[in-house]
Design a protein around this ligand. Structure first.
Ligand code: 5CA
Length: 159
């Protein structure tokens, strides 16, 4: 497969989804939800974290799109998945998504990954997600994000 820059992969995926032109490159780091919120001047809850987990028994990857103000409870996620889960290593994240940590996007992955949306994301009219690098983001409504990813909404935040 030809090597395509990860930000270009995300932009192409968004174009195909009818969400073209949404990517914004920022002068400041958006590597973490807190940094992205500060760089965009929005609430940290509006930042969508794209968190990659691994199912040790099957080596499957699971992507959780979580509100920046939520923490994913791995016990609750394991119940949804039906098997124990652990946080994916940096190498695992890169292999399964084609993105480095800090720039993992919900679309434009190198291969399909089972994806869930944490319910807290639905509490905002507009959210921002990473677009393939630690300085790029794109905006979407939660409904657009759900349609783009085909993800189910799940209650996996720590309470
Ligand atoms: N660009 C922002 C959102 S716009 C972003 O990517 N945020 S994030 O939350 O999706 O990515 C940071 C996350 O990467 C952290 O919450 C953490 O779960 C994960 N992470 C950070 N360092 C490591 C590491 N060494 N190994 C595995 N996961 C890590």
């Amino acid at each position: 497969m030809a090597k395509v820059r990860s930000v270009d992969r995300v932009a192409a995926a968004l174009d195909e989804l009818g969400l073209g032109g949404r990517v914004r490159e920022l002068p400041d780091s958006t590597r973490t939800a807190a940094e992205a919120g500060a760089a965009l001047g929005c609430e940290v809850g509006q930042i969508v974290k794209s968190l990659v987990f691994r199912v040790p028994t099957t080596d499957e990857a699971v992507l959780v799109l979580a509100s920046g103000s939520s923490r994913v409870d791995v016990g609750r996620l394991a119940e949804v998945v039906g098997a124990p889960v652990e946080q994916g290593s940096g190498a695992f994240v890169r292999e399964r998504t084609g993105f480095a940590i800090g720039g993992v996007a919900p679309v434009g992955l190198v291969a399909p990954v089972r994806t869930y949306v944490e319910r807290g994301v639905l509490g905002w009219s507009l959210v921002w997600a990473a677009a393939g690098s630690p300085r790029t983001v794109f905006d979407a409504t939660p409904e657009e994000l759900l349609a783009a990813t085909g993800a189910a909404v799940v209650d996996v935040a720590e309470v």
